[in-house]
Design a protein around this ligand. Structure first.
Ligand SMILES: [Ca+2]
Length: 142
């Protein structure tokens, strides 16, 4: 087993973050599937199952950074992706991240005539009607 240097660790961390494009801190199976399909690999069936089993050593259904790191070093390499894949993945991941941010962004609510304003106006109208009613009552008295 090779000992990772700071530079290798940083690079692997960057690749981990690229796979974790929803920013949950773990790699979900859907993320790996999406990325492998993007790279033109078939993420269905046995191959994916095998890869996933090797990656998810504690079988909690998620890939932690430690698991990712162990896997990369067990291959005797310091990179999960080949250099050409890396460029594509970086690009893909950035776009996915942005689209996810858009999907989950809470729409800005601007309510100049929001509930509070409506209630205030209704109360004002009720007060006016009551005042009118009192006036009529007074006028009707002998
Ligand atoms: Ca795991």
């Amino acid at each position: 087993m090779m000992e990772p240097g700071d530079e290798e660790l940083r690079r692997i961390q960057e690749q981990f973050a690229m796979l974790d494009f929803n920013g949950s801190g773990k790699i979900e199976r859907e993320e790996l599937v999406e990325l492998l399909s993007f790279l033109g690999l078939d993420p269905k069936g046995e191959q994916m199952d095998t890869l996933w089993t090797v990656l998810d050593t504690d079988e909690d259904g998620l890939i932690s950074f430690q698991e990712f790191l162990d896997f990369v070093f067990s291959t005797g390499d310091v990179s999960f992706f080949t250099p050409s894949e890396l460029e594509m993945v970086r690009d893909f991941s950035e776009k996915r991240r942005l689209s996810l941010t858009r999907e989950t962004r809470v729409p800005e609510v601007s309510t100049p005539d929001g509930p509070d304003e409506e209630i205030a106006q209704l109360k004002k109208r009720v007060d006016e009607l009551e005042a009118e009613a009192r006036k009529r009552e007074k006028a009707a008295r002998p």
